[in-house]
Design a protein around this ligand. Sequence first.
Ligand SMILES: CC(C)(COP(=O)(O)OP(=O)(O)OC[C@H]1O[C@@H](n2cnc3c(N)ncnc32)[C@H](O)[C@@H]1OP(=O)(O)O)[C@@H](O)C(=O)NCCC(=O)NCCS
Length: 291
Amino acid sequence: MDRVIAGAVVAHQGTVLLIRRRVPEGDLVWQFPAGQIKLGESAEQAASREASPLEVAGAAWVSLMAERIPGFRRWGSTSLSRRCPDRRAQGAITGSPTAWHDQLVPADRLKPLTLTAGEFRLRPPSVDEHMEVLALGVDPDVRLWNPRCQITDAASAVRDCLAGADWSDGTHATFSIIDNGSGRYAGNIALHGIDRAHARAKVGYRIAPWTRGQGVATAAVRSVVSWALSDLGLTRLALTHGVENPASCRVAQKAGFDLAYTMPMAKRFGDGQLHDEHLHVLVAPTAAVGN
Ligand SMILES: CC(C)(COP(=O)(O)OP(=O)(O)OC[C@H]1O[C@@H](n2cnc3c(N)ncnc32)[C@H](O)[C@@H]1OP(=O)(O)O)[C@@H](O)C(=O)NCCC(=O)NCCS
């Protein structure tokens, strides 16, 4: 049975209270105070229980804000706001719940574009390069360290190109790396898991064996990072790799990602074994907690 969650929106003196919570994936994320509605409990009681340890002096409950049970997949969201003397904050939380929700989690489409990385350009994949995409996809190091890459034949290479070129759901921006001089395909880099609500995404890459060792991965990561922070306004980028992959670790470091921690037995790689992974994180230099 689906869990039904109640959340509380606590507004005070022009600010909205968010708390930091560790999610099952291990990340610390900012959320409204929220928790599961227990048996026999109303949504208001659950929201009150979740928010009560975070008492704001002089605040009072105002109203039920929204309750959503859309489509066939039942989930409910009941929010309580607190009386707030600041009119701007009150306006922000008393509008139409649906409009307010959509502002919070925009379904931003991404428009495909081309970036520059030194002597290389990054542009959406094309099926014209599918045989080189296949050659990279079956490279032993890619088979080992890029388990998300499932390219085994020409048809799956074409599918990979088509999926990479379709940015319409806003969750990824996938680029082929092209040598400006020769026009030759040199690899793949993707900003994926794009989460505009939390201003974060992940970076993944694989470089063709015929192009490795020339700084291409590093230049491509730097280019994508710069675009993601400036144009997309993201503030946190993550990059993971198997700890036994020192070349990728070096790329992460050179591109400005700090090693956050080692995740034990984090992923099953291409050899079928579970391996430890490094989590590297890059936070926008201008990012400040609360933004
Ligand atoms: C890892 C990979 C992306 C690196 O691409 P690249 O374009 O060759 O990377 P760069 O040239 O920008 O930088 C590589 C760095 O790793 C270093 N390096 C390479 N092999 C290394 C090794 N075995 N041990 C330590 N460092 C190593 C290089 O010396 C270089 O660092 P430097 O510039 O300080 O000398 C590429 O080798 C690849 O695609 N490998 C197979 C798939 C893969 O590992 N994908 C990443 C999954 S997270």
